[in-house]
Design a protein around this ligand. Structure first.
Ligand code: MN
Length: 507
């Protein structure tokens, strides 16, 4: 059982600042380099934009020291990646052994300890110490020569933009860290005949690290049947505290028993996931065993607690939701399983109405959801209890993961969540309304041309930069649309990417 199945803060994770140098300059200069590296690490560590701890490692002046600290970074369970900086000149042949074996994510921080040139006083001592302008070029050459994928961030270390961009990278590295420990439980298989939710689970584990395994739904229903009555009563009280519960579901209401059933399903699911150390799960309405409702409110609340979820057996969507929730930990906004459900193609602006049968995460709303029960025509079970709300407005990204057969492709769309044009009093599910950038037609044509899925993760907590960082770390293609996208440019990118990823593929 893992103690942090839910999102529990990125503060327990670290990124290591590794500062290169050499013995040429003498002990005094190396001492200063060490001190300055600690100052930079402390400054980045306390930045509110950097969620993990930034730990300065002692300056590495030799090839042996470099190889040792990078080996230690690979082995340290709390270390999500390495920040490399060359305060002085570190002849980069010394980095060949270390960088060749490094498996953790790498960011090259191209900064200089002194922000300003002391124009009137500059002498060769200053020049001797502040050499990153060429020291980092030596490192960049070697990393490129070795084909080491990395993010490069240039700017003074006290510049908030540098901290922000490093912070995004640490979030992506934390997502990568999570991907390698993530276990996904599938109750039932994929929805029959559906193509895009299929995929190569072996290749996914080799590429991303997460393990996907199936369980009979009756193992889940047995867990639900063993939920103590007192626990159900406590959870019903929690529902009544957090949501506006429909009168028919309230104690004494005609349908209160169905609320209790939904609560038992949530408790059974949660217990199953926690006992098995699962951070994400899927279900399918085609294989519900003796479940009397398709899980609705339980799935929604588990997502709100940080679990990944995919409907209809969609383990790729479940993995994405979990990984993005970890990357977004502590940020305002929410992250949910989502489906492009239906369109408004009229005035004033074409929009997407995103929803699902039930399973949208309430982290997307700052409002108070209502807890309701309505019929569901598919699944062949009783009416499911669900939370109903509108997603709060603001910028967001929609992200899908497709298995193209020879490789994975991430597809992303920058969107603006908006208030619905009018109330939706007859729609009995949670929903999000958004306007894709640059417009619905361009974004939808790009998405379809890229083969992006209909199941996605929607997050209003992250922009595109941390997703780009994640894709670079994973060495997976990412194509995205935003306000700068043109149809012709997007199509060219897909065409050019095809030979690139063919040539760059692993043996
Ligand atoms: Mn679906």
């Amino acid at each position: 059982m893992r103690d942090d199945t839910i999102v529990s803060g990125l503060q327990r994770l670290e990124a290591w600042l590794v500062t290169g140098s050499q013995h040429l300059y003498g002990a005094e200069v190396l001492g200063l380099v060490d001190e300055h590296a600690r100052d930079i690490a402390t400054s980045l560590d306390v930045s509110p934009d950097v969620p993990v701890r930034i730990v300065a490692k002692p300056v590495v002046p030799t090839a042996e020291a470099i190889a040792t600290v990078l080996r230690e970074a690979d082995a340290a369970p709390e270390c999500v990646g390495v920040i490399a900086w060359m305060h002085t000149f570190s002849p980069a042949k010394m980095w060949i052994a270390g960088l060749s074996s490094l498996r953790k994510p790498l960011v090259h921080l191209h900064t200089q300890f002194n922000r300003d040139l002391p124009w009137g006083e500059i002498d060769m001592d200053f020049m001797n110490l502040n050499q990153s302008a060429h020291g980092d070029r030596e490192f960049g050459f070697l990393a490129t020569r070795l084909r080491v994928g990395r993010k490069t961030i240039a700017g003074h270390w006290r510049d908030p933009e540098v901290a922000r961009r490093l912070g995004w990278w640490t979030r992506a590295a934390a997502g990568w860290h999570e991907a390698h420990r993530l276990r996904i439980a599938r109750f039932g298989d994929n929805m029959r005949q559906v193509a895009v939710t299929e995929g190569d689970k072996v290749e996914a584990q080799a590429r991303f690290g997460f393990a996907v395994n199936g369980y009979g739904v009756n193992e889940l229903t047995a867990r639900i049947d063993s939920v103590p009555v007192a626990d159900v009563a406590r959870l019903v009280d929690a529902y009544r505290d957090a949501y506006t519960v429909a009168a028919e579901l309230e104690p004494g209401g005609d349908r209160h028993d169905e609320l209790r059933t939904a609560a038992a399903i949530e408790l059974g699911l949660r217990g199953f996931l926690d006992d098995g150390g699962f951070g994400a799960f899927t279900d399918t309405f085609e294989d519900l065993g003796s479940l009397t409702q398709l899980p609705g409110i339980g799935v929604q609340r588990l997502m709100a607690d940080g679990y990944g979820f995919g409907a209809e057996g969609d383990w790729k969507a479940a993995a994405l939701v979990r990984i993005l929730k970890v990357m977004a930990d502590g940020l305002p906004g929410g992250t949910s399983f989502m489906e492009d459900y239906t369109y408004h193609l009229g005035d004033p602006v074409p929009e997407v109405l995103g929803a699902h049968m039930l399973e949208v995460c309430p982290s997307l709303t700052s409002g108070r959801p209502s807890c309701e029960i309505h019929p569901l025509s598919i699944g062949g079970r009783g009416d499911p209890v669900r939370l109903v709300f509108d997603a709060s407005p603001g910028p967001a990204i929609v992200v899908g993961l497709a298995d193209l057969g020879d490789r994975f492709r991430l597809v992303a769309s920058a969107v603006d969540l908006v208030e619905p044009d009018a109330p939706l009093p007859q729609l009995p599910v949670a929903r999000a309304v958004w306007r894709p950038r640059p417009d619905l037609a361009t974004a939808a044509e790009a998405w379809l041309t890229a083969g992006g899925p209909h199941h996605t993760a929607l997050t209003s907590a992250l922009g595109i930069e941390p997703l780009e960082d994640f894709a670079r770390i994973a060495d997976v293609e990412l194509v995205s649309t935003d306000e700068t996208t043109t149809r012709a440019g997007f199509e060219r990118e897909l065409r050019w990417n095809a030979p690139y990823y063919y040539l760059a593929r692993r043996p």
